[in-house]
Every structure is written in structure tokens, then in C-alpha cells.
Design a protein around this ligand. Structure first.
Ligand SMILES: [Zn+2]
Length: 197
């Protein structure tokens, strides 16, 4: 049995999304086809608009539609503590713990075994923040895996050139796990028990 070509195309696009297998892609595609036309149009437009309007904040790397982002513009935040994370999704998780410092998002998956090179990271905004003298502590909120370890050492080397305390989220986070998926309590504890490096 052959599927209609446009339906097949839709399934092919959905299958590219993380955690979506062939069966789920097919179910979602059929679901989308059953939506009222207006709703399917809104879905398509939401994807295009988000793609066009959302970009990393030039100061911190968090995803935003205004530059600098709302976190950077929030004057009530503690500018003396800077939390460094790999992805914007980690920031969303850390915000839920009640942390109200500032952030720097690397926006890059780093894989030791891939072709990623630490030198390719855009660390200029990070270095500028350190050079401003406002920051007293850098908290490395990197995933507790081997890539996170390598990244932590690299960033520690850079931060040490400035007069700042450097800490890393405490263990308690599952080794090999993902900060993004850590529950709020584990993550809050990890933040509170951060270790100075
Ligand atoms: Zn920002």
C-alpha cells in the first residue's frame, strides 16, 4: 500500500523530530490531517514564526524575540552570579528552582566523539561578562557526563583568568543524565550544594 505523497512527506518531516518514531509520526500526521483547516494552518504558521522571530540573546544566548532578552533586562536579578548552561532548555529547568542570577547559554551540543571543537564556541559574550567585573561567581550547570567534564575544565580555564569563584552543580544529578530532564528538587539541591572548583 502506498501513502499519498503529501502525507508521506508530512510523516518524513515529523520523523526528524526527537523522540518521534515512525508509528508516532504516522499517528501525528493523520491527526494533523483531521484538524480543522484553520488549526493546521496555525500550527504551520507557529513553526515558521517561531523559526523567524526567535533567536539567541546577544548578551546571554537565551532564546528570545527581543534583544537583549527579558532575563538580561530584569534589573532585580543578582548580577554577581552567572550560571553557564549548554542549552536554553536547561535555563528553563534552572529557572524553576527559583535561581535568580544571570545566565550564559552555550547553545551548542558538545560531543567529544563528534567533530565539535571547543574553539568553535562563541565565548565572546562570556568573556565580556567576566571582564565587566560585576560577576563574583560562575556556576557551571553542565551535564554530568564526560562531555560536560571536558567543557567544565575548558570554561574553568577561561574563568580563572578573572577574579571569580567557580563552582559546579553538585552531584545528586544522575551521572550521564540530562539537566533538562532533572526534577526540580534534585536540580535545586544540586544548585544549593554546588562545589567550588
Ligand atoms: Zn539575555
Amino acid at each position: 500500500m502506498r501513502l499519498a505523497v503529501p502525507l508521506e512527506n508530512l510523516i518524513d518531516q515529523l520523523i526528524k523530530l526527537p523522540t518521534i518514531g515512525p508509528k508516532t509520526a504516522q499517528r501525528l500526521a493523520l491527526y494533523i490531517l483531521k484538524l480543522p483547516e484553520e488549526e493546521s494552518r496555525q500550527l504551520a504558521e507557529a513553526i515558521i514564526t517561531a523559526r523567524e522571530k526567535v533567536f539567541p540573546c546577544s548578551a546571554c544566548g537565551y532564546l528570545t524575540d527581543v534583544d537583549p532578552c527579558s532575563i538580561c533586562r530584569d534589573e532585580k536579578r543578582d548580577g554577581s552570579i552567572l550560571c553557564v548552561a549548554e542549552e536554553a532548555s536547561d535555563i528553563i529547568a534552572i529557572e524553576r528552582t527559583g535561581f535568580r542570577g544571570r545566565y550564559f547559554v552555550l547553545n551548542k551540543d558538545f560531543h567529544l566523539m563528534g567533530d565539535n571543537r571547543l574553539e568553535d564556541l562563541n565565548l565572546k559574550p562570556f568573556v565580556n561578562k567576566l571582564a565587566s567585573g560585576e560577576i563574583k561567581e560562575v556556576v557551571l550547570a553542565l551535564n554530568p557526563d564526560i562531555d560536560g567534564e571536558v567543557m567544565a575544565r575548558f570554561l574553568t580555564g577561561i574563568a580563572r583568568q578573572h577574579d571569580v569563584k567557580i563552582s559546579r552543580l553538585a552531584h545528586g544529578l544522575p551521572v550521564g543524565g540530562d539537566i533538562e530532564f532533572a526534577d526540580e528538587i534534585t536540580l535545586r539541591k544540586a544548585l544549593e550544594g554546588r562545589k567550588e572548583l
